[in-house]
Design a protein around this ligand. Structure first.
Ligand code: SDX
Length: 422
């Protein structure tokens, strides 16, 4: 049996055989038989927009691997900074490679004073931190003019280091601005995640010491959010990157896509949903409203996973460890009841709607003291390494500029009518 398909144009009887390679068939090959006929796939539900070696998902089996390593093993044994290296370089670092990487990231955590004093502090007092982050990341492109030299590998790697290193600093700065607290400078004696917590929570103490359990739990969450193949924000990164824009501008576009409640804004939407449900007694009525199409069960469903999101399982376990330190989040019981009711209801099971990465992560963030508006910002810190890995891959593959076609359904030609005659 040949690994191929044959298509026939019934208008001409012409046939064309196309090989099946790496789980796909070339759309360009179809053009030989069907010039000017486009494959209509809004939302890319059935379209592969790239060839990638970074992350593998199996939605049916609930498998997630970064460069071949199972997410369960990385969450258990690795660190976010090591996973960021793995995503970008394709291999786990040696001891020396990791030490070099750690130093480079640590010593690029500062942001230009103008970014903080002139830019971030220019926002309205109640600006959403994610809106501030999107803008600040784009603004960085005006501070590093060598960012445009995307094919100069030394310049390219410098921007990659800067973006991974500065995202936590920018993220914490948006929070400190939002709550009227003074900006906290990076503390280079701390690891990546503890330094972020210091920039978030340090008050008057000379040296902020994060709770090691909470720092480790957040590092695991960063690992789980680091990449997820061709998700919406990564697709934005690839589309903007394909125009050969600088990486800060591409990352700002990816951040903007992540801001949406269907994507990175979902964990904030989950907490708002659980809060509005209010008690276990109201769960059945809420589920009925979801089934009636009046609202959505935030944190449920996924374009790829048609079973339990493997990240959600790990997050649920991490939540227990966090609540040991912070005390249980009172919304947890409502979340557990929602999951129990939904997973026994055919409406959800028949649509393959299971908890995704966002269903439980917000409960942890809230228990750790993060305001809801910071949830997508936390997601962006982690996903920056994934976005950059895909950006490097598309440049190395010399990907063509993203420019899809359309099916025109508008007016045919018609003559202009002067306003006096309308
Ligand atoms: C992330 O792509 C990624 O990898 C994303 C992500 C990553 O790491 O980058 O995993 C992170 O974004 C996770 C998803 C977070 N979003 C949410 O939790 C928001 C709630 N979920 C949905 O809006 C939805 O499930 C999506 C957006 C996640 C997926 O949407 P799809 O694939 O376009 O599915 P769909 O909207 O076509 O829904 C299929 C059916 C529909 O029912 P019918 O019209 O066929 O009757 O399922 C229903 C939908 O109404 N449905 C839901 C639902 N999600 C889908 N019904 C109730 N509650 C939901 N949450």
């Amino acid at each position: 049996m040949a690994e191929s398909i044959t298509i026939t144009d019934n208008r001409t009887g012409q046939c064309l055989e196309i090989p099946i390679e790496n789980g796909g068939v070339s759309a360009v090959a179809w053009q030989k038989l069907l010039p000017g006929i486009w494959f209509y796939d809004p939302g890319f539900v059935s379209t592969a927009a790239a060839e990638s070696a970074i992350t593998y998902l199996d939605g049916e089996a609930g498998i997630l691997r970064y460069r071949g390593y199972p997410i369960e093993q990385l969450a258990e044994q690795s660190s976010y900074l090591e996973v960021a290296y793995l995503l970008l370089h394709g291999e786990l670092p040696t001891k020396d490679q990791f030490e070099m990487w750690r130093q480079e990231i640590t010593y690029h955590t500062f942001i230009h004073e103008n970014v903080r004093k002139r830019f971030l502090e220019g926002f309205h007092y109640d600006a959403h931190p994610m809106g501030m982050l999107v803008s600040a990341v784009a603004a960085l492109s005006t501070f590093y003019l060598d960012a445009k030299d995307i094919f100069d590998l030394e310049a390219r790697n410098k921007q990659i280091i800067r973006l991974i290193a500065k995202m936590p600093t920018l993220a914490a700065a948006t929070h400190r601005f939002s709550v009227g607290m003074p900006f906290v400078y990076p503390d280079n004696s701390l690891d990546f995640t503890s330094n972020f917590l210091s920039m978030m929570w340090k008050v008057a103490e000379p040296h902020f010491q994060a709770d090691p359990f909470l720092s480790r739990a957040l590092d695991i969450l960063f690992i789980l959010h680091a990449d997820h193949e061709q998700n919406c924000s990564t697709t934005a990164m690839r589309v903007v990157g394909s125009s050969h824009a600088d990486p800060y501008s591409a990352c700002a576009a990816a951040c903007a896509a992540l801001y949406g409640p269907r994507h990175g804004g979902a964990n904030e939407a989950v907490i708002r949903m659980l809060t509005s449900i209010g008690s276990m007694d109201e769960v059945d009525a809420f589920i009925a409203a979801v089934k009636a199409g009046e609202t959505r069960l935030q944190g449920f469903g996924h374009r790829v996973y048609k079973t339990y999101d493997p990240r959600a399982k790990i997050i649920k376990r991490t939540a227990d460890a966090v609540f040991e330190v912070t005390g249980k989040n009172p919304l947890l019981d409502i979340a557990l009841k929602l999951e129990e009711v939904a997973l026994s209801d055919d409406y959800f099971v028949s649509r393959h709607l299971y908890p995704n990465v966002d269903f439980y992560s917000g409960l942890i963030y809230q228990a750790m003291g993060f305001p809801l508006t910071m949830f997508p910002v936390l997601f962006a810190i982690a996903r920056t390494s994934g976005w950059l890995a895909h950006w490097v891959e598309l440049l190395d593959q010399d990907m063509k500029i993203a420019r899809p076609r359309q099916l025109f359904i508008g007016s045919q030609e018609r003559p202009y009518v002067p306003i006096s005659e309308r």
